[in-house]
Design a binder for this molecule. Structure first.
Ligand SMILES: Cc1cc2nc3c(=O)[nH]c(=O)nc-3n(C[C@H](O)[C@H](O)[C@H](O)COP(=O)(O)OP(=O)(O)OC[C@H]3O[C@@H](n4cnc5c(N)ncnc54)[C@H](O)[C@@H]3O)c2cc1C
Length: 231
């Protein structure tokens, strides 16, 4: 439980269901609040006997006017119930920004690997390197979701790919529908799509991060080129 710590106030601007059990949340950006793409905030969630914290990555890039989150709803989860009940205009309080899952300055190719809402910090990072930093090197995303019902932000990625010739992405479904004609299987099956000698940024479940990191190390990528965040 939280006692007295400095916190920031914000309010809910928009809330949208973007896939099964997945919300896109837009929060007003408090005056003077700055962050690095990939960082997260810790939201204070009121409980009957105090407040509890839940961490959520910022999926917006730092130049955007508002703050964006992407929240996976878990059955009866404290944060999940909080976001389900939150209405436009409601106030929230948070700490942050926190986290070191941010892009290192480097001229190497950038390879991002995300599953599910693990795309949240990575979406902000990709938009930041392409739109703001205007990095010229190759930027590639391998994005794994379960199936069509769990897919989101396809159009956002397609727009980026049309706008920036150095950006490309693949989506793979772990449990594809009959109609799906794209990649099928877990992201670990498509490690060969990741450029060699790149900087790798991985975000998702502990199991996925462990598998992808091990596969990259096994093919000789240096430890310090692999960065990750586990949800
Ligand atoms: C750095 C960081 C960044 C993150 N960024 C994101 C993000 O961008 N988006 C995102 O969705 N998540 C993110 N997370 C995860 C997030 O912080 C929460 O941990 C997650 O969303 C679950 O929170 P919750 O409060 O909804 O569920 P919790 O209350 O933590 O519960 C999790 C699950 O366990 C079950 N459960 C809880 N207690 C019990 C019990 N006693 N017995 C049996 N089952 C139980 C609940 O039903 C629920 O299904 C991030 C985490 C970290 C560390």
């Amino acid at each position: 439980m939280i006692m007295n710590r400095f916190f920031l106030s914000s309010s809910l601007i928009a809330k949208k269901v973007i896939a099964e059990n997945t919300l896109q949340i837009v929060l007003a950006r408090p005056a003077g609040f700055s962050y690095i793409a990939g960082q997260f905030i810790q939201i204070q969630i009121p409980q009957t006997n105090g407040k509890i914290l839940r961490s959520y990555s910022l999926s917006s890039s730092p130049d955007q006017a508002d703050l964006e989150l992407c929240v996976k709803l878990l059955p009866n989860g404290v944060g999940s119930v909080f976001f389900q009940r939150l209405n436009v205009g409601d106030q929230i309080e948070f700490f942050g920004p926190n986290g070191r899952f941010v892009i290192n300055d480097s001229s190497s190719a950038l390879a991002f690997i995300a599953t599910g809402v693990g795309i949240a910090p990575i979406a902000g990072m990709i938009e930041d390197v392409l739109k703001n930093k205007k990095n010229p090197q190759s930027v590639y995303l391998l994005f794994g979701v379960r199936d069509t019902a769990h897919m989101f932000w396809t159009e956002r990625l397609e727009i980026l790919a049309r706008q920036f010739s150095n950006f490309s992405f693949d989506i793979t479904f772990s449990q594809p529908d009959m109609s799906w004609t794209g990649l099928s299987g877990r992201v670990i099956n498509f490690i060969d799509k990741l450029a060699s000698s790149a900087d790798y940024y991985i975000c998702g479940s502990g199991e996925m991060v462990k598998d992808v990191r091990s596969a990259l190390l096994a093919r000789g990528e240096p430890t310090n080129s692999i960065h990750f965040e586990i949800f």
